[in-house]
Write a protein that binds this ligand. Structure first.
Ligand code: UDP
Length: 412
């Protein structure tokens, strides 16, 4: 696995020195991350890369995953969908069961961190243990909070307000809270298997394995099969464009252990695409990083037609590979895609189809968008910037109101 100094050729040595400098002030502190899945989805993706790098910087960083059964994850998926604006009713029994599972996890879990960093709503009520466990408690919401369903958000806020600080991914998600809140956008790791350079042979091998023709344009969306990623909308877009340009569609993704809806959604998409051999619906097992990397690199255009999106790591991944991206203007996506500069932002099936046809027919323009996109991701959304933001956040928890004297940079 790449070490922190391996990032210097990409981001510059001064960025790495600063990380060492900041982390020195945190040495001896333990950061305990808690979330609800170790695979699938953006949170697991980030923690997998973040934890070893923070450790290398001398910060004792741990990652614990809460336990839950199907009933619990059905409820948390309802919460997730309600936060994204779905008009769902969470019954009193739902909330009671949600809290009961949180209590069971809290009873079993050892809270040893100087900083307990809780991710997303699933484990939010662990904060009941705050007084007993001590330490600083941070809650990070990774989803799109633009228009949450009010009663669900109010319930969650009664817990968020008991943390020391809340973190959101985009300015539009800020809430009226009683605790400090900070904005930290997510990031991708340019050296991970998912984003590193790949030999052409590997890319070709993956295309061959999935029966994709490399001589014709490939339009791809990589996402968990979730209605909020609008895979059916992507098929509609493809059908409109296919009448004008002979292209192939790749919809690839898997599930997450905390998302019970995946299989149902795949079936819906398959049904919609029946009979078209140019639509490739690929259900990926966990740890398909090289396959995802290869599919993104092989793509002519990458789509992210989400209806809601916390940030959309898949957009950053595609832009980092200098791919022209057409994505919905929702959640954190407009932070990454500046319309007609680092990609295309759209609002509908019709709009997405219009621009997809244009990018497939104007490769020079498409290429320019991709190159701008790569630069934008390099400057703003790589893991080194994310680590820096976390280190500053952690420091702020211990040095409230104080001036922090940083001393000399250190870089072994
Ligand atoms: N991903 C993956 N396997 C899949 C589908 C997605 O590894 O089958 C990855 C994807 O490459 C990205 C992350 O999971 O790194 C998804 O993050 P994003 O913010 O796009 O969406 P989320 O799933 O968190 O809503």
């Amino acid at each position: 696995m790449p070490g922190i100094n391996d990032y210097a050729p990409i981001v510059g040595p001064s960025v790495i020195s600063e990380l060492y400098l900041l982390s020195q002030r945190l040495s001896g502190k333990t950061v305990q991350n808690v979330n609800s899945t170790s695979v699938g989805g953006g949170v697991a993706e980030i923690l997998t890369r973040m934890v070893p790098l923070l450790r290398e910087l001398g910060i004792d960083t741990k990652w614990d995953v809460i336990k839950g059964n199907e009933k619990f994850f059905n409820i948390t998926k309802k919460i997730h969908n309600a936060l994204h604006g779905a008009n769902l009713v969470l019954t009193r029994e739902d909330w009671e069961y949600f809290l009961e599972v949180n209590r069971e996890n809290a009873a079993e879990m050892d809270f040893y961190g100087d900083i307990i960093f809780v991710h997303d709503p699933q484990p939010i009520a662990l904060v009941d243990k705050k007084e007993q466990a001590g330490g600083k408690w941070v809650w990070r919401g990774h989803v799109d909070f633009t228009k949450p369903l009010a009663p669900v958000m109010e319930f969650l806020e009664s817990y968020i307000n008991r943390y020391d600080t809340a973190v959101f991914s985009a300015p539009g998600f800020a809430r009226d809270l009683r605790i400090p809140q900070v904005l930290i956008s997510p990031s991708i790791d340019p050296l991970s298997d998912k984003n590193k350079e790949l030999p052409q042979q590997t890319i070709d091998g993956v295309l061959e394995r999935f029966g994709i023709d490399k001589s014709r344009p490939i339009v791809t969306q990589i996402s968990r099969f979730d209605r909020l990623k609008d895979p059916c909308g992507v098929v509609e877009v493809y059908k409109r464009v296919k009448k004008h340009v002979d292209c192939q569609l790749v919809l690839a993704g898997g599930g997450a252990t905390d998302d019970p809806e995946g299989c149902k959604v795949v079936e819906e998409v398959k049904c919609l695409a029946t009979g078209d051999p140019d639509v490739h619906i690929i259900f990926l097992p966990p740890a398909s990083d090289v396959e995802i990397n290869a599919l993104q690199r092989a793509s002519t255009v990458v789509l992210q037609k989400s209806l809601k999106e916390g940030f959309g790591l898949t957009v950053a991944e595609a832009l980092w590979k200098a791919k022209p991206v057409i994505a919905s203007a929702v959640g954190g996506i407009p932070l990454q895609v500046k319309h007609k500069y680092s990609g295309i932002l759209t609002y509908s099936v019709e709009g997405t189809a219009h621009y997809l046809k244009q990018l497939l027919q104007e490769p020079k323009y498409a290429k320019k968008l991709g190159l701008n996109g790569r630069e934008h991701i390099k400057n703003n959304f790589l893991i080194t910037r994310h680590i820096r933001d976390y280190l500053l956040l952690f420091l702020s928890l211990f040095y409230e109101g104080d001036v922090i004297h940083l001393g000399q940079p250190h870089c072994p």
